[in-house]
Design a binder for this molecule. Structure first.
Ligand code: TRP
Length: 487
């Protein structure tokens, strides 16, 4: 019999753990601030309702009905469609290869917080002492041994968490989901009680409705919803395949999606109230200190930790521990999805061997990010995987399941199990709204790329870190589909 979760709670926590990750803590608050503050919640909820939740229900239904990981689920749904599952897993692999590196940085910074080793010039420390970043993507300048070591530790931890599959995961998630929530609550309380907090929050939430006319805003809302909910990565398909025969699908999908969105919003309170404090003590405006993504955690937060009136070191250590526990269950969810894909197709018995093999390949793939040029490559790969990789997977998924397969089969399966039933609107979201929005967004992205290489990098770097990886992933997916399975 197929392996199963220990309980419904274990499943819900595991899926929430996958969804809640680094993306919630700095990406959501940052995007919200940049694209309209409080008004951004509108496109965000539209995206959540028209795309996020319907697709989560779709992936759960598919995985549960077919009782297999993503590749085999797609293969069972239609001839020659197995590659969609592999491609989804590979894109997720592209993401986790650098995600684990950022986890490694968190390990480093966790250690640094015990004596605030970053000093006063946190920006200089991050770029010039910690990463010793080179002048450009092709100036590799050697590996940073400490970062490579912590990358190695990350992978050992990830492999350990999925050692016996859902059995191990069922236990681990109680820690990796509940602990960061607890720490986040501490940070919200700490943030709101600091002077200047209100000013920070007003930047976060003051609505700017004019922003809603900008297509860029909508693109970010949809992108954030998919990325954050771990949809289009084959993860939710694999996780649902471990559910017992009788399991409510719709209410699980609702709980998980709302918990993810709620956590993102809540994290914004912690981040922006603290930024308000920073602006208050330093006499700078809040928008000037908000840095996109990575810098926020490794530059702005260390500065704030330096400034805290008491227990700075403790809060520092807690902060990086929170990031670590947030990230690890997203990382191992992908690994579990990959394992399901391999084990379902080739019926391998030696789980430990694939565990170690998978971890080793992912570790070696990540070494490029531990060089002095690593940050550039993280930036490029992240952009392409998240935008082109993820959006294509979701688009193909909608088109295939919506048009070349009887969507009603999945709908009946889902409705037979769920208390809340899905109706016509669900079909409309999957067949029309989501694909249309995605096609529009992809067209815009492509036009943007024709105009100039991403982020001002050279075309060569853009090709290697972006297009080439996507092409190679596509070819590998086709090859994996063609390889005969063992019955
Ligand atoms: N959901 C995660 C977050 O919000 C990101 C994520 C999606 C991810 N898919 C992944 C991370 C696959 C690692 C592997 O941060």
């Amino acid at each position: 019999m197929r392996e199963q979760w220990d309980s419904r709670t274990a499943f819900v926590l595991a899926a929430i753990g996958s969804a809640i990750g680094l993306g919630n803590v700095w990406r959501f608050p940052y995007i919200c601030f940049k694209y309209g503050g409080g008004a951004f919640l509108i496109p965000y909820f539209v995206a959540l309702l028209t795309a996020g939740i319907p697709l989560m229900i779709l992936e759960f239904s598919l995985g549960h009905k077919m009782a297999s990981g993503a590749p085999t689920s797609f293969a069972k749904a239609g001839r020659g469609k197995e590659w969609i599952g592999w491609f989804a897993l590979l894109v997720a692999f592209g993401i986790v290869s650098y995600y684990a590196v950022i986890m490694g940085w968190c390990f480093n910074y966790f250690g640094y917080s015990f004596n605030l080793s970053w000093g006063d010039a946190t920006k200089d420390f991050f770029y010039n002492k910690f990463l010793t970043i080179s002048e450009g993507p092709f100036k590799f300048g050697g590996i940073k041994p400490f970062i490579m070591l912590t990358l190695f530790i990350s992978w050992i931890a990830i492999v350990g968490c999925v050692w016996r599959g859902p059995k191990t995961v069922s236990k681990v998630v109680y820690v990796t989901v509940l602990l960061p929530w607890l720490i986040l609550i501490i940070f919200v309380i700490r943030g709101l009680t600091l002077p200047g907090a209100v000013k920070g929050l007003s930047y976060y939430l003051t609505p700017n409705f004019a922003a809603l006319r900008d297509i860029e805003v909508w693109r970010n809302a949809y992108g954030q919803v998919f990325y954050s909910l771990s949809i289009g990565f084959g993860i939710m398909i694999a996780y649902a395949s471990y559910l017992p025969k009788k399991s409510d699908i719709v209410s699980n999908a609702l709980i998980i999606s709302l918990a993810d969105a709620g956590t993102a919003f809540f994290a914004g309170l912690a981040v922006f109230s603290t930024l308000g404090y920073y602006s208050y003590t330093q006499g700078v405006a809040v928008p000037d200190v908000v840095e996109k993504s990575i810098g926020l955690a490794f530059i702005v937060y260390p500065t704030i930790i330096n400034l805290l009136p008491f227990a700075g070191k403790l809060f520092g250590a807690l902060f990086f521990l929170m990031l670590l526990t947030l990230a690890i269950d997203s990382a191992f969810s992908l690994m579990e999805a990959g394992m399901a894909g391999i084990m379902d197709k080739w019926k391998v018995k030696k789980r430990w061997a694939i565990n170690i093999g998978f971890g080793a390949i992912a570790f070696f793939a990540g070494i490029i990010y531990t060089t002095r040029a690593g940050l550039y490559w993280i930036d490029i790969v992240d952009h392409f995987m998240q935008n082109f990789g993820l959006m294509t997977v979701v688009l193909v998924e909608c088109i295939f399941l919506g048009y070349m397969f009887k969507l009603s089969v999945l709908k009946e399966h889902c409705n037979a199990l769920s208390d809340i039933r899905v109706g016509k609107w669900w079909d409309i979201c999957i067949k029309f709204i989501t694909p249309l929005v995605l096609i529009l967004l992809l067209v815009f992205l492509i036009i943007e790329k024709i105009k100039g290489a991403y982020g001002g990098y050279s075309r060569g770097a853009e090709f290697l870190g972006g297009w080439l990886i996507l092409i190679v992933f596509f070819i590998i997916s086709i090859v994996l589909m063609k390889v005969r399975s063992r019955k």
